[in-house]
Design a protein around this ligand. Structure first.
Ligand code: GLA
Length: 392
């Protein structure tokens, strides 16, 4: 009898483990879009800012343009109480996270939060190591829809195992949450994270510059583009390479560079997380961030990442197959001199056994500029971009 009961207990345990060993599969079928507090505010966040950002996401049209997740990054948490429950900063978030989440939801937005797989976050706040199930339960009770999960202070932890534990904790807590893995590409998450997270940062932190590296790590826009050249095949519906949050509207990139930044993130089917102070945006920044035609390339249901098709010196041409037999091409000039474009697009699409004439639509000018029977021609100024859709 004892043996029989022990066997039953083992079977029950195994089937429970199987039951919880999964992520919420139906989420993030297209790359998640939203806003994240880190690039602009760092640790200087509070509930007033977050509420105002929620308001601005509605009034500026960002929400209706697809930016639906409002993610509070590092520094909202200060301690654990005697029962191990994570405590939000009482000075900066006096109303508490549940009430903030309710406000975010009342604006038709989704609520995102941040933690870390190690013992402490990158800013030294309490991490989730050892508290994964408890943390997931409390996030669920606050109405959290998205968890960004960082990788600082992880000691000798194994990345795949650590992220799997939090995935299982989220699933067990029972509230669907997008799980955003943030280990900066260190252990090649594209090779192991498909069934663990919905997106994974693939590179070190973005730096607010077009073409630069930091000695301690971090990449400009062009450096991230280069790193994305070889990992495109790993991305797809429900599991995305994440090129990091946008620096559009943060006062350093020129309008051309900002257009290039959004265009290439869309070519990669990367999540699009605005990272600027959207309470105070110029008309131009709003227009760039909410360019419907570029966002449609990002959100295309096939979820294919672009390949670099040609590189002629500083001129690069990237190519992305879209649903309904359409295609996107992105030409950009990474150099400091103007470059000439003169390209036969029909030869490329023939490689995909597609023939016939397509119309070519410029997605930044919002106009048709020709047919594929003719070469596409023009001049690209330094750091400028030409992004087109081929359609019938
Ligand atoms: C890491 C992440 C960033 C941000 C900070 C917060 O550097 O990669 O995106 O979350 O931590 O401390």
């Amino acid at each position: 009898m004892k043996r029989y009961l022990a066997l039953l207990a083992i079977i029950a345990m195994l089937s429970q483990n199987l039951l919880y060993s999964q992520k919420f599969q139906s989420l993030a079928r297209t790359p998640p879009m939203g806003w994240n507090s880190w690039n602009k505010f760092g640790c200087d966040i509070n509930e007033k800012i977050i509420r105002e950002v929620a308001d601005a996401m509605v009034t500026t049209g960002l929400r209706d343009g697809g930016y639906s997740y409002l993610v509070i990054d590092d520094c909202w948490q200060v301690a654990r109480d005697s029962s191990g429950t994570i405590v939000a900063d009482p000075q900066r978030f006096p109303s508490g996270m549940k009430s903030l989440g309710d406000y975010i939801h009342s604006k038709g937005l989704k609520f995102g939060i941040y933690s870390d797989a190690g013992t402490a976050t990158c800013q030294g706040r309490p991490g989730s190591r050892g508290y994964e199930f408890q943390d997931a339960r409390i996030y669920a009770s606050w109405g959290v829809d998205y968890l960004k999960y960082d990788w600082c202070n992880h000691g000798k932890q194994n990345s795949e195992a650590s992220y799997t534990t939090m995935r299982d904790a989220i699933f067990k807590a029972g509230r669907p949450m997008v799980f955003s893995i943030c280990e900066w590409g260190t252990t090649k998450p594209w090779e192991w994270a498909k069934d663990i997270g919905h997106l994974w940062r693939s590179t070190e932190d973005i730096i607010n510059c077009f073409d630069c590296n930091n000695y301690w790590g971090g990449n400009g826009v062009v450096q991230i583009i280069d790193l994305f050249k070889d990992i495109g095949s790993y991305t797809g519906p429900g599991h995305w390479n994440d090129a990091d949050m946008l620096e559009i509207g943060n006062g350093v990139l020129t309008p051309a560079e900002e257009r290039l930044h959004l265009s290439m993130w869309a070519m990669f089917s990367s999540p699009l997380m605005a990272g600027n102070d959207i309470r105070n945006m110029s008309r131009e920044t709003i227009e760039i961030l909410t360019n419907k035609e570029v966002i449609a390339i990002d959100q295309d249901s096939l979820g294919i990442s672009a390949i670099r098709w040609m590189k002629y010196g500083d001129l690069e041409i990237w190519f992305k197959p879209l649903s309904k037999g359409e295609f996107a091409f992105c030409f950009f000039n990474r150099g400091s001199q103007p470059v000439t474009v003169n390209e036969d697009l029909k030869t490329t699409i023939r490689k995909y056994s597609i023939d016939g004439a397509f119309r070519i639509r410029d997605l930044w000018k919002h106009q048709d500029i020709g047919l594929t029977s003719e070469n596409i021609k023009g001049t690209l100024l330094p750091h400028d971009v030409l992004m087109v859709r081929l359609y019938k």
